[in-house]
Design a protein around this ligand. Structure first.
Ligand SMILES: [Zn+2]
Length: 366
């Protein structure tokens, strides 16, 4: 008889529900991880609402914290029973795209076996969990290319302390890294959801001395202060662009990080920049963007726009967990609620509607 497990699967638009699925078999390069804690991402809510298509019956979720249950025969240097995380993005790191410095855009594993991968460049194809393969909101998850993607959790760190590493922290910090921040910079971070809050923390860690957090929710702005914001602006009460100009003596910000994915925030992120400034974009956009001529000096302002998908891989995870272990930042404050996997529908309901001051929900299979 096949051993079964519980998993949260996409049924149809508006329905993510628990189902029984077989515990997957382990191929030579895989690792089977027993999930101890996972979470729900804003992206999963897009999947729930039918705004981002995935196959019916796919297990959702892409943020694994757990214990190695079984290792593939080719995976070396790990032990069964070891506590690990894996990045939300699990490239195989063999492709031209990965070796060119863009492992998150590594889609080489999609090329049929035996054929040349040619280049492996496929936008976002490093994202497999809960997108192209079964994800982490389950009792077990199969981690592909485990040798490259399994990252042991340092002793003494709790599940909650590392739960943000696979996606939210990696993405938010990448936003700061992509913003070309230098010591003494002024950085404006648009939107203070979990990823924006991590971008705020990352901007401060990278040496910005004035981090300006923007949101429409005073509760979230309060948390942004804890995460490292020097100034908070509620866009409902002020004109953000003119406030930033006032705060910088008319100079403009050195960089702006967009962490929402709307025309309004993208445009304001451009408008607060100094000439030569950098817009680091993290948001997932759901319609075309327009760039007003006046906001980027008709193309002559030496502005840079950088985009990114969450970096994955064991080295990235090791570094992020080092940041946590050294107490440079406490992301445990982002985990506001805990649910059993059995109650995943209620967890989605709370998270999707942003009730009760929720930031992130820890999901525990047992
Ligand atoms: Zn995510």
């Amino acid at each position: 008889m096949t051993a079964m497990m519980k998993a949260a699967v996409f049924v149809e638009k508006g329905r993510i529900e628990l189902a029984d699925k077989p515990i997957p078999g382990v191929g030579p390069n895989d690792a089977l991880v027993r999930i101890t804690t996972t979470t729900i991402c804003g992206t999963d809510v897009h999947i729930l609402k039918g705004e981002y298509p995935v196959a019916k019956g796919l297990t959702v979720g892409h943020e694994p914290v757990g214990v190695i249950e079984k290792l593939g025969s080719a995976v070396q240097g790990y032990q069964e029973g070891q506590r690990v995380i894996a990045g939300a993005i699990c490239p195989n790191f063999n492709s031209y795209a990965a070796q060119d410095g863009y492992p998150s855009q590594d889609g080489s594993y999609l090329v049929p076996r035996g054929l040349c991968g040619c280049h492996g460049y496929k936008a976002t194809a490093g994202w497999r969990f809960g997108n192209l393969i079964d994800g982490t909101q389950a009792e077990y998850v199969l981690v592909p290319d485990a040798q490259a993607n399994l990252a042991p959790i340092p002793d003494g760190l709790t599940d909650e302390q590392v739960l943000m590493c696979p996606d939210i922290m990696s993405t938010g910090f990448k936003g700061a890294e992509n913003a070309n921040i230098r010591l003494g910079d002024t950085v404006v971070v648009f939107a203070q959801g979990p990823i924006g809050l991590c971008a705020t923390a990352g901007a401060r860690l990278m040496g910005a001395t004035m981090v300006i957090a923007v949101d429409g929710n005073d509760h979230r702005l309060g948390i942004s202060k804890v995460m490292g914001a020097d100034v908070t602006l509620n866009f409902r009460n002020c004109d953000v662009v003119s406030e930033v100009m006032k705060l910088t003596g008319g100079r403009g910000a050195d960089s702006a990080i967009e962490a929402l994915g709307t025309q309004a925030t993208f445009e304001q992120a451009l408008r607060v920049l100094k000439p030569g400034g950098t817009l680091s974009s993290l948001g997932v956009y759901s319609s075309d963007l327009t760039i007003p001529l006046s906001a980027f000096a008709a193309g002559l302002g030496d502005h840079r726009i950088n985009t990114a998908l969450c970096p994955g891989g064991k080295e990235r995870m090791r570094r992020l967990m080092n940041v946590v272990a050294s107490n440079r930042v406490d992301l445990g404050v982002l985990v506001t609620h805990t649910y059993k996997l059995d109650d995943i529908v209620a967890a989605y309901e709370l998270f999707a509607n942003q009730r009760d001051g929720v930031l992130k929900v820890a999901i525990k299979p047992n």
